[in-house]
Structure formats: C-alpha cells, structure tokens
Write a protein that binds this ligand. Structure first.
Ligand code: DNO
Length: 349
C-alpha cells in the first residue's frame, strides 16, 4: 500500500510541506486545473507540476482526474478528436512517470451532496446527502452551485445535455464507455499507465441522468469490457459504500484479489435510517456504516501494492477551506489507516 494525499495545486491552502509531515506519506494525487476539459495537457505544464511535487519530497505518481469530455460520454460531435487528445494525455503523463490515472464516466455532474457544511454533534462540519433535499433541487436553476458541478454551462446547454442523456439512457452510456475503453486501453498499456475509473457518487441515478458504475454487477461488466489490468478501478469506499446493496469489504476483497484496484479512496459514511441518505463521517469505523478495518484486512490479504488516499474529511479545529479537502481530518484518517495497516502486518507475521 502506498499512502497518498490529494492536493489541488499551488493555490491549495493545504501546503505540500504539511502533507509531507504526515507519517509514511509517499505520493501526491493531483491534476492540471487550467486546461479546458478535452484538451491536451502540455509536457511543459506536466513537468512543471511534477517538479513542484518532487521538490517537496513527494512522488508524482497519480493523477485525479483527467476528465472525460461530454462528447465522448454521449458518443457525438467531436468524440474522436477528444479521444485522440485523451490518448495524448495518457502518453504525456506516462512520459512524466505517472503510474495511475483516475477518471469517471458520470454524465454532467461529478459527486453530488445536498449540503457541504452540515454541523455534527461535536461541532465539526461535514458533507451530507439528504434525499428529500436532493429531490427538491433543480439542476437547471443556475443559482444552484455545488462542488463537482461544472458551473460553466449555461441553462440552455444544461437542458440540451439532459435531453441528450435521456435519449441514450444507460445502455447508450455503456456503449460509449466501451468505445472509449477500446480506444484508450491499448495506449495505456503501451505507456504503462493504469487507468482507474472512479465509481459514481452516489451510485444511483440523480436528476434522471444515467449512472452505471454503481454496483458489483456493473463493475463486473465494466472490467469485462476490456479485460486488461490496465482497465482498472479507483475503488472509492464512500461512493459505493453509501448504498446498502454494496458490501464494501467483499468488493474490496474481490477486486483486489483480481489485481484490478490500482487506487483506493478510503472514506467512511453513515447511512441514515431511510437507507438513501447519508452523512460523511470521520474515518474511524465506529463513526460510520463501513468497517474500515475489514476493508484494510482484505487489501492486506491480497497483497495490495497500489495507491491509497484518505478521502474526504470533516472540517475540524476551526479549519476552513475546500469542503472535504482540509488538512486535519484527512491527516487523522491517514494516521488511522496507517495504524491499521501496521497492526495487521505485525500480527500477520
Ligand atoms: C470527490 C472525488 C471525485 C473524483 C472524480 C474522479 O471528492 O472523489 O470528484 O475525483 O469523480 O474522476
């Protein structure tokens, strides 16, 4: 297991120097944020970022994410041009020594929450998904803005995208994903970069848009689209694990035994009594619905040697910043995970 930490670049209030001070921290997970979706990341920009990360004594091994243009997901317009650009990004990142690229195939919106600063009993704040609140949201209302949402769309563009996704439905999305993978995985093999899809968060359809990387059956279908180790997973315990139908320890066991998990996001979530609402909790198992020790045991048992990052943290100790991505609670998560790993490795000897 290689410990890593997400960092949003030079403007991130969490400094690389602080990340480096977390015991056993090896790698940074980052991206280039100032190139429009679908365009090529120049070698110059990539190498510049790598240099900044390496100067801080950390490795530049994991990219999260190289976003996929909507034309690729919809199988229309300039899809082939964007796929060529995507291939070039894989080659460029491979040349810079990157080992894993995380991406997702969620239509229009990435992760979705109804509130980003819900105060918990202990005074910390966290991200929550309350179904009644989500049901009342109107994504076509431009005043609505949440992280993970591309706010650059006009209302008209958004309505058009919604219509287009309605037309293709889940099966159309699968077809376009297959087309994309058949193009890019051979390039990833050649560049020796593992592609790792991030599951849909939450793993069910929102606002009538199709979502497909949601459950065991669909993950199996995804892995079979191109049966190569380079076609792998960013297994996100919080994204899949907020649905009761996903038994996370079992899924981690299954896919790590198959050597198809290249990157894992460890996050805990507390599923609420309606079964379809959840709150992101501290990483400690007792705080949420997931058994983090069991998950780590499965990784250890299967000799997991990919990258792991503590995922979203709450805001604690008065910290302010990017929701889910402060330093303190994620660092506590990192230490908790390292502690579990050390314990398992010692008692297994
Ligand atoms: C949220 C993240 C996601 C993730 C993308 C990967 O905190 O886990 O935004 O980076 O879905 O493409």
């Amino acid at each position: 297991m290689k410990l890593s930490f997400r960092w949003y670049g030079v403007n991130d209030p969490v400094k690389l120097e602080y990340i480096k001070q977390i015991p056993t921290m090896e790698s940074i997970v980052t991206a280039i944020y100032d190139v429009p979706v679908g365009e090529v990341w120049s070698m110059e920009k990539i190498l510049n970022l790598k240099e900044i990360v390496e100067k801080a004594g950390l490795k530049f091994d994991v990219i999260e994410s190289v976003p996929v243009h909507e034309d690729i997901k919809l199988g229309r317009g300039d899809r082939d041009k964007y796929i060529e650009n995507y291939k070039q990004n894989i080659r460029n990142l491979g040349k810079a020594g990157v080992k894993v690229i995380c991406y997702n195939f969620m239509p229009v919106f990435d992760w979705t929450r109804s509130q980003l600063d819900k105060e918990l009993e202990d005074g910390s704040t966290t991200l929550v998904y309350y179904k009644e609140q989500v049901d009342q949201m109107d994504p076509l209302n431009k005043d609505l803005s949440l992280p993970g949402w591309d706010s650059s769309y006009t209302k008209e563009q958004l309505s058009e995208l919604f219509e287009a996704y309605k037309k293709i439905g889940e099966e159309g999305l699968w077809k376009n994903l297959e087309y994309f993978l058949k193009e890019i995985i051979p390039v990833a093999e050649e560049a020796d970069v593992k592609m790792a899809i991030h599951p849909d968060d939450p793993p069910w359809s929102i606002f009538g848009l199709p979502r497909i990387i949601t459950c065991e059956e669909n993950v199996d279908r995804f892995l079979n689209l191109v049966d190569s180790r380079y076609n792998g997973l960013t297994l996100c315990t919080g994204s899949l694990g907020c649905a009761k139908f996903n038994d996370m320890a079992r899924l981690v066991d299954k896919y790590s035994a198959m050597k198809r998990i290249h990157f894992i996001h460890v996050r805990n979530v507390k599923i609420l009594s309606d079964g379809v609402s959840f709150e992101e909790s501290a990483h400690y198992s007792g705080c949420g619905s997931l058994d983090i020790v069991e998950i780590m045991k499965m990784l250890y048992k299967n000799g997991f040697d990919g990258y792991l990052r503590p995922d979203h943290g709450r805001m604690i100790w008065g910290e302010t910043g990017k929701p889910g991505y402060g330093l303190y609670d994620r660092a506590l998560g990192a230490s908790y995970i390292t502690g579990i790993w050390e314990t398992i490795s010692k008692i297994s000897k």
